[in-house]
Ligand binder design. Structure first.
Ligand SMILES: Cc1ncc(COP(=O)(O)O)c(C=O)c1O
Length: 336
């Protein structure tokens, strides 16, 4: 009998066949609708296409064994969405209203929510649509808000293997005042250095450490972890304030770890990883263990090079809450 091999599609490459959409015109939002997934009618002079007036969010809904669907910390994500919109001078939608769009969308595509360990990834996206290529220095007065839904499985195509990370001490991920804004331009800015490091050193990700201070990778926060102690950069405008980071730090505190949030240097990190663990946190990656760091072309193994016990423990503790195996003590889940 031949073995059945199930191969999931890459993260973010498949979509529910419906999306939620609303347009902002004449100073107000029109009604939100759930419609078939289709290309957008967009003027070629749309503000977003020329001046990158765009922000987005990413969070997950989980199907529990009883069939019920639960959203994880949507309120925090929508608050960040509103902050991103405000910082880009886009119309700021009410959180409850966007939340309603997300719920209506999920109700219409319930069958696409995978069983655990899969999840439905929700992607609210706001774009400036004013048709004006002379508006480089003025905001878009019209906008479109869409919510996409995508069934997802593993973020890193290799599954749970220790990651190889390039330590980038020169290039910045994005402009330092925009790091906490989740805008497409930041990802475009990080792409050049990331692809260069991948080509030259075959790494999975780049850890941005401009001026020798550790920040984050292209799509995840960075945590140093060891017995009873977690160290991560304190919040400032230079990097994204991850909801997963916040959740893990809260849980780590509950589990008795000392949580230290402060600026730290690459030298301090190199010292830490001689015996301690390192991991990336994010909605997509959850908590992914780092196996090695490459600094100035030289490879350094993180502890024993495997995914550390504390990384595994914290990851499981979070996933157990998300998937309904542990109590939700902090009120992080909302039923759809
Ligand atoms: C640049 C960046 N940092 C951090 C994160 C982690 O954020 P969160 O935990 O809210 O998904 C993400 C993912 O969204 C990201 O793109």
């Amino acid at each position: 009998m031949s073995e059945v091999v199930t191969q999931h599609p890459p993260f973010g490459s498949v979509f529910a066949d419906v999306m939620a959409i609303a347009w902002y015109r004449d100073g107000r939002w029109g009604s939100a609708e759930v419609v078939p997934l289709a290309p957008l009618p967009l003027h070629p002079a749309a503000h977003v296409l020329h001046y990158a007036s765009e922000c987005f969010e990413g969070f997950k809904a989980y199907r529990w064994p009883d069939g019920q669907i639960h959203l994880f910390r949507m309120d925090r994500h929508l608050e960040r969405f509103r902050q991103s919109a405000a910082s880009l001078v886009l119309p700021v939608p009410e959180a409850d209203w966007v939340g309603g769009m997300v719920r209506s969308l999920i109700q219409r595509c319930q069958a696409t929510v995978p069983e655990a360990p899969g999840a439905l990834y929700l992607r609210p996206t706001l774009i400036g649509t004013t048709a004006n290529i002379g508006a480089a220095a003025s905001p878009s007065t019209e906008a479109c808000l869409i919510v996409l839904a995508s069934p997802v499985w593993d973020y890193f195509s290799g599954g749970a293997k220790p990651l190889k990370i390039w330590v980038e001490e020169r290039a910045t991920r994005c402009a330092s005042h925009l790091g906490s804004t989740k805008t497409g331009g930041n990802y475009a800015a990080a792409l050049g250095p990331t692809m260069a490091a991948r080509r030259a050193h075959q790494v999975d990700q780049v850890l941005f450490c401009p001026g020798g201070e550790v920040q984050e990778t292209g799509a995840a926060n960075f945590l140093l972890i060891r017995e009873g102690h977690i160290l991560t950069r304190s919040l400032d405008s230079s990097f994204l304030h991850g909801v997963t980071r916040d959740s893990l730090l809260t849980m780590a505190g509950d589990l008795g770890y000392r949580v230290e949030e402060r600026v730290f240097t690459v030298d301090e990190m190199m010292d830490w990883i001689k015996t301690g663990e390192a991991a990336l946190s994010g909605t997509a990656a959850v908590l992914a263990g780092v196996g090695s760091l490459l600094r100035a072309g030289q490879a350094f193994t993180v502890a024993d090079g495997q995914i550390g016990v504390h990384t595994q423990r914290l990851r499981s503790a979070l996933v157990d809450i998300q998937q309904g195996r542990s109590p939700d003590r902090h009120g992080w889940l909302q039923t759809v």
